[in-house]
Every structure is written in structure tokens, then in C-alpha cells.
Ligand binder design. Structure first.
Ligand code: ADP
Ligand code: MG
Length: 394
């Protein structure tokens, strides 16, 4: 039995109505559709920008971009999620931030593609998405990858999925000022249905790992309002870089726990704690990948629980709301499920891996306890692993 509840996974419009909407706005039919998913990270948090390992999977939630090339150099963008706002800019001019916060993600992609030497023409775009925004499920990467996929098709750039992911990351790093790693964009570009992706963030090599059929992904958004996230996020990255420098390695991927412990006194308390998390987390990703392949819920529980604890104590990115959700869910699942926070932290979501017969128990436990304790309502999503970037002609 597959249980589905809460938040609809339907898009606001089906493809036909969306195409009609496109025609209403631009007075011409769309020529294609590019779509890319949000993601959930099973394990490997804050390891990507330290060149380490991560194990995310793409979701069935997707961001859809309808597009048509223009004869001139204008880029026009509408999003059904922001119906009163549109963005418009010219590819021939210097790309700078515009008045629309969300429109800047499209500018960011154009900025990095032009910087990379590609010549682009104008395009009309219409966006629809059912990826929850700001929930730690990476709606921003879904948008970047889908938009880059559209430009790839229109201008025949010949970009691989990996290259599209790298441009998505550059857009976020160099234009949006968020120093995220490669994970979100790479899983959004390369996700495989029913599979997680083990990513080596140093080589960008990936390996698809089947998620056992009887293992369900339950994602619970705490709906805790995330504040000061970018500055905290960027500070964590700096702590990691400084720890790596003191350890004499390019990135924490190449540091050992023994060496870290031996030079503890040379590091600040925060540098030491951040490095502890990253080095131990890399190790957990490899073990969790093997556990997933064996469908070994006991090992997954231990590893995901240790990951959460490390994110709470050493990386210090959890909040009482996400700690509380983990406690509620692990409490009701006992030895039948594995639970931890997922995504960029400071709120956002938690992820549970459990069997289908336990999904309703998780949902009820959250309904009965979370709002009472934290005065917030949580959203529960029951998901399967979806597929990555897809571009089609219409
Ligand atoms: P997350 O990636 O965790 O969802 P972010 O803050 O990184 O959270 O990205 C959310 C931002 O991405 C939104 O504020 C908006 O600017 C942009 N975005 C995401 N989805 C859409 C969409 N469907 N239409 C327009 N902008 C979007
Ligand atoms: Mg994001």
C-alpha cells in the first residue's frame, strides 16, 4: 500500500493548460519543456563543499520551465508561483541583479553561461513548480538546472548533465552569493528513478544505488522560519576551509580523524568541531551506502542518528524544531526506521526511511505532538526517488 497525504504533488497546471498560459502571455506557443527535480539528501550533510561524499536522491517534485527562443536578445520570465511579478533583461548587456528576487536565479544562469563564453539569444520562459520552496528540498537547484537545461536546448550548447550542474552551482555561488556545494544541482541533473546517487564531490563521479522497494522516504518540513541562513552557511564553509589549511590538506576530504585529534590545540573550537563532523560524516556516507544496498535498516538507523547528532553538536546547524521532529519520529519508529535532519539546516526538513506499514504512525505522531510542542504545523511528504533533468520538444 502506498500512502499519500498532505501537500498535493500536483502542479498548479497540467502541461496543456500551462502551454495555453504560455500562449496567453507571449502570444506564441512554447517550443519545449525543461524540468528538473528537488532532492532529499539521505546522508552526507555539508560534505559536498569539502570534496567529500553525499547520498541524495531526486524527488518526484519538479520545476517545469516552458520555453521558446526569441529572435532578439530579451529574456522574459514569468513564474506561476509569483503571479504578480515578472522579470525581463537583455543577454547582450552586463547581467546585474534585478528587482525580482526569484528572477535573479534566471539572471544568474545567464551570467555564468555568458561568462563561460557561450553566446545566447533571447528567450521567453514560464515556470511552474511543485517543489516546496525554502524547505531544504532545493527548489533553487531545481530552478537553476531546469533553466540551464532550457538554454542548453535552445542554443544547442551540448552541455552534459554534469556541466549543467556545475553551471547551476556557479550561478548560486557567484551571482546569488550562496556558497553551496555541488550536491543539489548534480542530483537534480542526474537523478535516477527509484535510486539514490552516491556522489564523490572531488571527482564528480556518481554511482546509482537502488533504494529497496519496501523502503519509503518520508520527508517532514518543520516550517521553522529560516533566518540568517546564508551568513551562517557561509561561515561554516569558512570554518571548514581554515581547519583544512591548518591540517595541511586542500580540503577536509583528505584529512584523517587521527591527524585532527593530534593538532586539536592549533584549531579554534569551531574549526575543530566542524572538521570532526565532516570527517566522520564522510565515513558514514560510505557505510550507509553499503547498508542501503543490503536493505539493512538497523545500520541505517545508527548511521543516520549519528549524523543528526553530529550536525547538532559539532556542525551546530539544527534547531529545537528539527531536533524535536527527529525525536518524535524516531520515538514512534523505534528500531523500524532511520531518521535525521536533511538539507542546509537552521530549520528545513527531516527525512525518515521506514517501511510502508509504519508511515501512518509517523504521520500521526507528528500531528499529535509537533504543533503542541513547537506551535508550528509540519508538512509531511511521502516520496519515491524521481528522475533528473528532462528536456523535451513540444
Ligand atoms: P530551497 O532551495 O531550499 O528551496 P532557497 O532559498 O535556496 O531554498 O531557494 C528558494 C528560492 O528559489 C525562492 O525564494 C525563489 O527565489 C527561487 N525559486 C524556487 N522555486 C521557484 C519557482 N517555482 N518560481 C520562482 N522562483 C523560485
Ligand atoms: Mg537552495
Amino acid at each position: 500500500m502506498r500512502v499519500r497525504f498532505s501537500i498535493s504533488k500536483e502542479h498548479k497546471m497540467n502541461l496543456r493548460t500551462l502551454a495555453e498560459k504560455f500562449k496567453d502571455i507571449y502570444l506564441i506557443e512554447p517550443q519545449g519543456m525543461s524540468s528538473a527535480p528537488g532532492r532529499v539528501n539521505i546522508i552526507g550533510e555539508f560534505t559536498d563543499y569539502n570534496d567529500g561524499f553525499v547520498l541524495p536522491c531526486a524527488l518526484e517534485f519538479r520545476t517545469v520551465v516552458l520555453f521558446r527562443a526569441r529572435e532578439d536578445t530579451k529574456v522574459n520570465v514569468h513564474s506561476l508561483d509569483y503571479p504578480t511579478e515578472k522579470d525581463s533583461f537583455t543577454v547582450g548587456e552586463k547581467i546585474i541583479s534585478g528587482p525580482s528576487q526569484w528572477g535573479n536565479y534566471i539572471r544568474a544562469i545567464v551570467f555564468v553561461l555568458i561568462r563561460a563564453g557561450y553566446s545566447l539569444r533571447g528567450v521567453d520562459l514560464l515556470i511552474d513548480s511543485n517543489v516546496p520552496q525554502g524547505a531544504g528540498l532545493s527548489s533553487s537547484a531545481a530552478l537553476e538546472v531546469a533553466v540551464c537545461g532550457a538554454f542548453n536546448q535552445i542554443a544547442d550548447l551540448g552541455l552534459t548533465a554534469q556541466r549543467i550542474a556545475v553551471y547551476g552551482q556557479e550561478a548560486e555561488n557567484d551571482f546569488m552569493d550562496c556558497q553551496c556545494g555541488i550536491m543539489d544541482q548534480l542530483i537534480s541533473a542526474k537523478g535516477d528513478e527509484g535510486k539514490a546517487l552516491l556522489i564523490d564531490c572531488q571527482s564528480l563521479e556518481t554511482e546509482s544505488i537502488s533504494i529497496p522497494e519496501d523502503l519509503i522516504l518520508v520527508i517532514i518540513n518543520s516550517n521553522y522560519p529560516r533566518k540568517l541562513v546564508d551568513s551562517e552557511y557561509n561561515q561554516r564553509r569558512l570554518d571548514c576551509e581554515q581547519a583544512a589549511a591548518k591540517l595541511g590538506v586542500a580540503t577536509l576530504r583528505n584529512a584523517s580523524m587521527d591527524k585532527l585529534v593530534s593538532i586539536e590545540s592549533k584549531l579554534t573550537v569551531n574549526e575543530f568541531k566542524r572538521a570532526m563532523h565532516v570527517i566522520s560524516e564522510n565515513n558514514r556516507v560510505i557505510k550507509a551506502t553499503e547498508a542501503l544496498q543490503r536493505n539493512d535498516i538497523d545500520s541505517l538507523r545508527e548511521l543516520m542518528s549519528a549524523s543528526h547528532q553530529s550536525l547538532k553538536d559539532d556542525f551546530e546547524v539544527t534547531v529545537p524544531e528539527t531536533d524535536g521532529l527527529v525525536e518524535i519520529c524516531q520515538g514512534v519508529l523505534g528500531d523500524k526506521g532511520a531518521v535525521r535532519m536533511t538539507g542546509g539546516g537552521f530549520g528545513g526538513a527531516i527525512v525518515c526511511l521506514c517501511r510502508s506499514e509504519d508511515v501512518l504512525k509517523v504521520k500521526s505522531a507528528v500531528d499529535d505532538n509537533y504543533e503542541k510542542q513547537f506551535n508550528l504545523k509540519a508538512d509531511v511528504y511521502v516520496c519515491k526517488a524521481g528522475e533528473g533533468l528532462k528536456v523535451i520538444s513540444l
